[in-house]
Design a protein around this ligand. Sequence first.
Ligand SMILES: C[S@@+](CC[C@H](N)C(=O)[O-])C[C@H]1O[C@@H](n2cnc3c(N)ncnc32)[C@H](O)[C@@H]1O
Length: 324
Amino acid sequence: MAGAAQATEDYVSTINSVLAPSRRPGHTVLDLFAGCGGLSLGFESAGFRSAWMESDGKCCETYNANLQGRCERLVITPSTEIPEADVVAGGPPCQPFSASGRQAGDADSRNGFPSFVSAVERSRPRMWMFENVRGMLYRNRGYLESVLGRLGRLGHVVDCRVLNAADYGVPQNRLRVIAAGHDGSFEFPEPAGRATTAGEAMGDTARLHRRDSKFLTPGMDRYVAEYEKKSQIVTPRDLHMDKPARTVTCRNLAGATSDMHRVRLPDGRRRRLTAREGARLQSFPDWFEFAGTETEAFYHIGNAVPPMLARALAASIGRYLGGG
Ligand SMILES: C[S@@+](CC[C@H](N)C(=O)[O-])C[C@H]1O[C@@H](n2cnc3c(N)ncnc32)[C@H](O)[C@@H]1O
Protein backbone atom coordinates (compact mmCIF):
# COMPACT_ATOMS: atom_id res chain seq x y z
CA MET A 1 0.00 0.00 0.00
CA ALA A 2 2.85 2.36 0.96
CA GLY A 3 4.48 1.49 -2.37
CA ALA A 4 1.29 2.39 -4.26
CA ALA A 5 1.00 5.74 -2.45
CA GLN A 6 4.64 6.46 -3.28
CA ALA A 7 4.06 5.62 -6.96
CA THR A 8 1.18 8.13 -7.07
CA GLU A 9 3.26 10.78 -5.35
CA ASP A 10 6.09 10.18 -7.85
CA TYR A 11 3.75 10.41 -10.84
CA VAL A 12 2.03 13.57 -9.61
CA SER A 13 5.25 15.31 -8.66
CA THR A 14 6.73 14.36 -12.07
CA ILE A 15 3.87 15.80 -14.12
CA ASN A 16 3.64 18.86 -11.85
CA SER A 17 7.33 19.70 -12.18
CA VAL A 18 8.40 18.33 -15.59
CA LEU A 19 5.56 20.16 -17.35
CA ALA A 20 6.26 23.53 -15.74
CA PRO A 21 7.19 26.11 -18.41
CA SER A 22 10.89 26.35 -19.10
CA ARG A 23 12.58 29.46 -17.69
CA ARG A 24 14.71 29.90 -20.81
CA PRO A 25 12.43 29.70 -23.83
CA GLY A 26 14.29 29.48 -27.13
CA HIS A 27 12.82 28.15 -30.37
CA THR A 28 9.34 29.12 -31.49
CA VAL A 29 6.35 26.92 -32.22
CA LEU A 30 3.02 27.84 -33.76
CA ASP A 31 0.26 25.53 -32.51
CA LEU A 32 -2.72 25.48 -34.87
CA PHE A 33 -6.06 24.14 -33.54
CA ALA A 34 -4.54 24.51 -30.10
CA GLY A 35 -7.46 23.24 -28.00
CA CYS A 36 -6.87 23.79 -24.29
CA GLY A 37 -3.11 23.54 -24.84
CA GLY A 38 -1.98 19.95 -24.27
CA LEU A 39 0.43 20.06 -27.20
CA SER A 40 1.73 23.54 -26.39
CA LEU A 41 2.22 22.65 -22.73
CA GLY A 42 4.65 19.95 -23.84
CA PHE A 43 6.46 22.40 -26.13
CA GLU A 44 6.68 25.16 -23.51
CA SER A 45 8.04 22.76 -20.91
CA ALA A 46 10.69 21.65 -23.39
CA GLY A 47 11.88 25.25 -23.83
CA PHE A 48 9.81 26.58 -26.74
CA ARG A 49 8.09 29.95 -27.00
CA SER A 50 4.66 29.40 -28.44
CA ALA A 51 1.92 31.15 -30.35
CA TRP A 52 -1.44 29.49 -30.81
CA MET A 53 -4.68 29.74 -32.69
CA GLU A 54 -7.97 28.22 -31.62
CA SER A 55 -11.63 29.01 -32.28
CA ASP A 56 -13.18 27.93 -28.97
CA GLY A 57 -13.39 30.69 -26.36
CA LYS A 58 -13.22 28.41 -23.31
CA CYS A 59 -10.18 26.60 -24.72
CA CYS A 60 -8.47 29.98 -25.18
CA GLU A 61 -9.37 30.94 -21.60
CA THR A 62 -7.82 27.71 -20.32
CA TYR A 63 -4.81 28.24 -22.51
CA ASN A 64 -4.21 31.80 -21.41
CA ALA A 65 -4.61 30.92 -17.74
CA ASN A 66 -2.02 28.12 -17.80
CA LEU A 67 0.50 28.79 -20.54
CA GLN A 68 3.00 31.55 -21.12
CA GLY A 69 2.12 32.63 -24.65
CA ARG A 70 -1.27 34.07 -25.60
CA CYS A 71 -3.85 32.09 -27.51
CA GLU A 72 -5.44 33.99 -30.37
CA ARG A 73 -9.12 33.20 -30.75
CA LEU A 74 -9.94 32.83 -34.41
CA VAL A 75 -11.35 30.44 -36.99
CA ILE A 76 -8.36 29.23 -39.00
CA THR A 77 -8.85 29.09 -42.77
CA PRO A 78 -6.37 28.34 -45.58
CA SER A 79 -5.73 32.08 -45.91
CA THR A 80 -5.23 32.94 -42.21
CA GLU A 81 -2.12 35.06 -41.77
CA ILE A 82 0.59 32.89 -40.22
CA PRO A 83 3.33 34.30 -37.96
CA GLU A 84 6.88 33.06 -38.43
CA ALA A 85 7.91 30.09 -36.29
CA ASP A 86 10.63 27.44 -36.27
CA VAL A 87 7.98 24.76 -35.98
CA VAL A 88 4.38 24.64 -37.20
CA ALA A 89 2.51 22.02 -35.18
CA GLY A 90 -1.09 21.11 -34.63
CA GLY A 91 -3.87 18.66 -34.08
CA PRO A 92 -6.50 19.40 -36.76
CA PRO A 93 -10.01 18.31 -35.67
CA CYS A 94 -10.20 14.52 -35.57
CA GLN A 95 -13.99 14.13 -36.07
CA PRO A 96 -13.68 13.78 -39.90
CA PHE A 97 -11.36 10.77 -39.39
CA SER A 98 -12.43 9.15 -36.14
CA ALA A 99 -13.52 5.51 -36.41
CA SER A 100 -16.39 6.38 -34.03
CA GLY A 101 -17.77 8.88 -36.58
CA ARG A 102 -18.79 8.86 -40.25
CA GLN A 103 -15.15 9.19 -41.43
CA ALA A 104 -16.18 11.59 -44.20
CA GLY A 105 -12.60 12.92 -44.28
CA ASP A 106 -12.05 15.74 -46.74
CA ALA A 107 -15.79 15.95 -47.42
CA ASP A 108 -16.41 16.94 -43.77
CA SER A 109 -16.55 20.72 -43.40
CA ARG A 110 -14.58 20.43 -40.12
CA ASN A 111 -11.50 19.09 -41.93
CA GLY A 112 -8.60 21.34 -40.87
CA PHE A 113 -5.86 19.80 -43.02
CA PRO A 114 -6.23 22.25 -45.96
CA SER A 115 -5.54 25.07 -43.46
CA PHE A 116 -2.63 23.21 -41.84
CA VAL A 117 -0.99 22.44 -45.21
CA SER A 118 -1.51 26.00 -46.43
CA ALA A 119 0.07 27.38 -43.22
CA VAL A 120 3.16 25.21 -43.75
CA GLU A 121 3.34 26.10 -47.46
CA ARG A 122 3.24 29.80 -46.74
CA SER A 123 5.44 29.96 -43.63
CA ARG A 124 8.10 27.39 -44.59
CA PRO A 125 9.09 26.42 -41.00
CA ARG A 126 12.23 24.40 -40.25
CA MET A 127 9.97 21.56 -39.21
CA TRP A 128 6.27 20.72 -39.08
CA MET A 129 4.40 18.12 -37.08
CA PHE A 130 0.80 17.05 -36.73
CA GLU A 131 -1.13 14.63 -34.56
CA ASN A 132 -4.35 12.85 -35.37
CA VAL A 133 -6.42 9.75 -34.69
CA ARG A 134 -5.45 6.32 -35.96
CA GLY A 135 -8.68 6.35 -37.98
CA MET A 136 -6.70 8.33 -40.59
CA LEU A 137 -4.99 5.07 -41.52
CA TYR A 138 -8.26 3.34 -42.46
CA ARG A 139 -10.94 4.71 -44.71
CA ASN A 140 -9.06 7.99 -45.21
CA ARG A 141 -5.60 6.54 -45.77
CA GLY A 142 -5.58 7.86 -49.35
CA TYR A 143 -6.37 11.33 -48.06
CA LEU A 144 -3.59 11.11 -45.44
CA GLU A 145 -1.18 10.10 -48.21
CA SER A 146 -2.27 13.05 -50.34
CA VAL A 147 -1.70 15.46 -47.40
CA LEU A 148 1.75 13.97 -46.77
CA GLY A 149 2.53 14.07 -50.49
CA ARG A 150 1.65 17.75 -50.71
CA LEU A 151 3.75 18.57 -47.63
CA GLY A 152 6.61 16.41 -48.94
CA ARG A 153 6.76 18.47 -52.14
CA LEU A 154 7.95 21.42 -50.03
CA GLY A 155 11.30 19.64 -49.66
CA HIS A 156 11.03 18.10 -46.20
CA VAL A 157 11.61 14.43 -45.46
CA VAL A 158 8.24 13.11 -44.28
CA ASP A 159 7.99 10.61 -41.42
CA CYS A 160 4.69 9.20 -40.21
CA ARG A 161 4.40 6.90 -37.19
CA VAL A 162 1.85 5.55 -34.77
CA LEU A 163 2.97 6.27 -31.21
CA ASN A 164 1.42 4.99 -28.00
CA ALA A 165 1.23 7.66 -25.27
CA ALA A 166 1.74 4.89 -22.69
CA ASP A 167 5.35 4.63 -23.89
CA TYR A 168 6.02 8.25 -22.86
CA GLY A 169 4.92 8.45 -19.23
CA VAL A 170 1.18 8.75 -19.88
CA PRO A 171 -0.98 6.27 -17.89
CA GLN A 172 -3.09 5.48 -20.92
CA ASN A 173 -2.96 3.40 -24.08
CA ARG A 174 -3.55 6.03 -26.73
CA LEU A 175 -2.38 5.27 -30.24
CA ARG A 176 -2.08 8.34 -32.42
CA VAL A 177 -0.72 9.14 -35.86
CA ILE A 178 2.18 11.57 -35.60
CA ALA A 179 3.60 12.95 -38.84
CA ALA A 180 6.68 15.15 -39.09
CA GLY A 181 8.50 17.01 -41.87
CA HIS A 182 12.21 17.67 -41.35
CA ASP A 183 15.62 17.72 -43.09
CA GLY A 184 16.30 14.03 -42.46
CA SER A 185 18.02 14.31 -39.09
CA PHE A 186 15.01 14.40 -36.73
CA GLU A 187 14.58 11.32 -34.57
CA PHE A 188 11.33 10.34 -32.91
CA PRO A 189 11.65 10.04 -29.12
CA GLU A 190 12.57 6.67 -27.69
CA PRO A 191 9.97 5.02 -25.41
CA ALA A 192 10.51 6.06 -21.80
CA GLY A 193 10.30 2.64 -20.14
CA ARG A 194 7.73 0.96 -17.92
CA ALA A 195 4.19 2.24 -18.40
CA THR A 196 2.46 4.08 -15.55
CA THR A 197 -0.78 2.43 -14.43
CA ALA A 198 -4.16 4.09 -13.94
CA GLY A 199 -3.95 3.22 -10.23
CA GLU A 200 -0.57 4.92 -9.90
CA ALA A 201 -1.92 8.02 -11.60
CA MET A 202 -5.16 8.28 -9.67
CA GLY A 203 -4.12 6.98 -6.26
CA ASP A 204 -6.62 6.47 -3.48
CA THR A 205 -9.13 8.95 -4.91
CA ALA A 206 -10.19 6.21 -7.30
CA ARG A 207 -11.64 4.29 -4.35
CA LEU A 208 -13.64 7.26 -3.10
CA HIS A 209 -16.85 8.98 -4.07
CA ARG A 210 -18.40 12.35 -3.33
CA ARG A 211 -21.96 13.44 -2.84
CA ASP A 212 -22.00 14.72 -6.46
CA SER A 213 -20.33 11.60 -7.95
CA LYS A 214 -22.01 10.33 -11.10
CA PHE A 215 -22.98 6.77 -10.25
CA LEU A 216 -24.01 4.37 -12.97
CA THR A 217 -27.73 3.68 -12.64
CA PRO A 218 -29.06 0.10 -12.96
CA GLY A 219 -30.18 1.06 -16.49
CA MET A 220 -26.65 2.16 -17.39
CA ASP A 221 -25.20 -1.03 -15.87
CA ARG A 222 -27.50 -3.07 -18.14
CA TYR A 223 -26.65 -0.92 -21.16
CA VAL A 224 -22.91 -1.36 -20.59
CA ALA A 225 -23.31 -5.11 -19.94
CA GLU A 226 -25.29 -5.57 -23.19
CA TYR A 227 -22.66 -3.66 -25.15
CA GLU A 228 -19.84 -5.73 -23.66
CA LYS A 229 -21.70 -8.96 -24.40
CA LYS A 230 -22.38 -7.94 -28.01
CA SER A 231 -18.76 -6.88 -28.47
CA GLN A 232 -17.62 -10.18 -26.88
CA ILE A 233 -15.70 -8.30 -24.19
CA VAL A 234 -14.89 -10.83 -21.48
CA THR A 235 -13.46 -8.57 -18.73
CA PRO A 236 -15.68 -5.55 -17.94
CA ARG A 237 -14.07 -2.36 -19.20
CA ASP A 238 -14.05 -0.66 -15.78
CA LEU A 239 -10.81 1.16 -15.10
CA HIS A 240 -8.22 -1.49 -14.22
CA MET A 241 -5.88 0.03 -11.69
CA ASP A 242 -2.99 -2.29 -12.50
CA LYS A 243 -2.75 -1.24 -16.18
CA PRO A 244 -2.65 1.97 -18.20
CA ALA A 245 -6.21 3.21 -18.89
CA ARG A 246 -7.85 2.63 -22.24
CA THR A 247 -7.97 5.69 -24.50
CA VAL A 248 -9.60 8.73 -22.92
CA THR A 249 -11.89 10.58 -25.35
CA CYS A 250 -14.42 13.41 -25.14
CA ARG A 251 -17.25 10.93 -25.54
CA ASN A 252 -16.19 8.32 -23.02
CA LEU A 253 -15.46 10.97 -20.37
CA ALA A 254 -18.43 13.27 -20.93
CA GLY A 255 -21.20 11.01 -22.14
CA ALA A 256 -23.13 8.16 -20.56
CA THR A 257 -22.06 5.94 -23.45
CA SER A 258 -21.63 2.18 -23.61
CA ASP A 259 -17.85 2.57 -23.38
CA MET A 260 -17.88 5.32 -20.72
CA HIS A 261 -14.91 5.43 -18.35
CA ARG A 262 -15.87 4.39 -14.85
CA VAL A 263 -14.30 3.06 -11.65
CA ARG A 264 -15.64 0.27 -9.50
CA LEU A 265 -15.80 1.29 -5.83
CA PRO A 266 -15.04 -1.08 -2.94
CA ASP A 267 -18.82 -1.37 -2.26
CA GLY A 268 -19.41 -2.62 -5.84
CA ARG A 269 -21.04 0.55 -7.19
CA ARG A 270 -19.54 2.14 -10.26
CA ARG A 271 -19.06 5.86 -10.85
CA ARG A 272 -17.86 7.95 -13.76
CA LEU A 273 -14.60 9.88 -13.61
CA THR A 274 -14.22 13.49 -12.53
CA ALA A 275 -12.52 16.00 -14.83
CA ARG A 276 -9.42 15.97 -12.61
CA GLU A 277 -9.18 12.18 -12.86
CA GLY A 278 -9.51 12.40 -16.66
CA ALA A 279 -6.82 15.07 -16.65
CA ARG A 280 -4.50 12.84 -14.59
CA LEU A 281 -4.97 10.00 -17.10
CA GLN A 282 -4.01 12.45 -19.85
CA SER A 283 -0.93 13.61 -17.82
CA PHE A 284 -2.14 17.20 -17.27
CA PRO A 285 -0.48 18.54 -14.10
CA ASP A 286 -2.70 19.21 -11.09
CA TRP A 287 -1.94 22.95 -11.31
CA PHE A 288 -3.50 23.09 -14.80
CA GLU A 289 -7.02 24.55 -14.40
CA PHE A 290 -9.79 24.08 -16.96
CA ALA A 291 -12.22 26.91 -17.74
CA GLY A 292 -15.92 26.28 -18.29
CA THR A 293 -18.33 23.61 -17.15
CA GLU A 294 -17.29 20.06 -16.28
CA THR A 295 -18.65 18.89 -19.64
CA GLU A 296 -16.53 21.47 -21.48
CA ALA A 297 -13.49 20.36 -19.48
CA PHE A 298 -14.18 16.72 -20.44
CA TYR A 299 -14.17 17.74 -24.11
CA HIS A 300 -10.98 19.76 -23.81
CA ILE A 301 -9.20 16.99 -21.90
CA GLY A 302 -10.35 14.20 -24.23
CA ASN A 303 -9.28 16.15 -27.33
CA ALA A 304 -5.80 16.98 -26.11
CA VAL A 305 -2.42 15.59 -26.98
CA PRO A 306 -1.25 14.20 -23.61
CA PRO A 307 1.27 16.78 -22.40
CA MET A 308 3.90 14.15 -21.46
CA LEU A 309 3.80 12.74 -25.00
CA ALA A 310 3.93 16.31 -26.37
CA ARG A 311 6.93 17.02 -24.19
CA ALA A 312 8.83 13.95 -25.44
CA LEU A 313 8.17 15.00 -29.04
CA ALA A 314 9.08 18.63 -28.33
CA ALA A 315 12.34 17.64 -26.61
CA SER A 316 13.34 15.61 -29.70
CA ILE A 317 12.38 18.54 -31.94
CA GLY A 318 14.45 20.87 -29.73
CA ARG A 319 17.49 18.58 -30.19
CA TYR A 320 16.87 18.52 -33.94
CA LEU A 321 16.73 22.33 -34.13
CA GLY A 322 19.84 22.59 -31.96
CA GLY A 323 21.45 25.75 -30.60
CA GLY A 324 18.63 27.69 -28.96
C1 LIG B 1 -8.16 17.90 -31.53
S1 LIG B 1 -8.44 19.45 -30.82
C2 LIG B 1 -6.79 20.02 -30.55
C3 LIG B 1 -6.22 19.64 -29.24
C4 LIG B 1 -4.87 20.25 -28.96
N1 LIG B 1 -3.88 19.84 -29.93
C5 LIG B 1 -4.38 19.91 -27.56
O1 LIG B 1 -3.35 19.25 -27.44
O2 LIG B 1 -5.01 20.32 -26.57
C6 LIG B 1 -8.93 20.41 -32.20
C7 LIG B 1 -9.27 21.84 -31.86
O3 LIG B 1 -9.48 22.56 -33.07
C8 LIG B 1 -10.41 23.59 -32.82
N2 LIG B 1 -10.89 24.02 -34.13
C9 LIG B 1 -11.68 23.35 -34.99
N3 LIG B 1 -11.81 24.04 -36.15
C10 LIG B 1 -11.08 25.18 -36.00
C11 LIG B 1 -10.79 26.28 -36.85
N4 LIG B 1 -11.25 26.33 -38.11
N5 LIG B 1 -10.01 27.27 -36.39
C12 LIG B 1 -9.49 27.21 -35.13
N6 LIG B 1 -9.71 26.18 -34.30
C13 LIG B 1 -10.49 25.18 -34.72
C14 LIG B 1 -11.44 22.94 -31.92
O4 LIG B 1 -12.14 23.91 -31.16
C15 LIG B 1 -10.56 22.03 -31.06
O5 LIG B 1 -10.26 22.65 -29.83
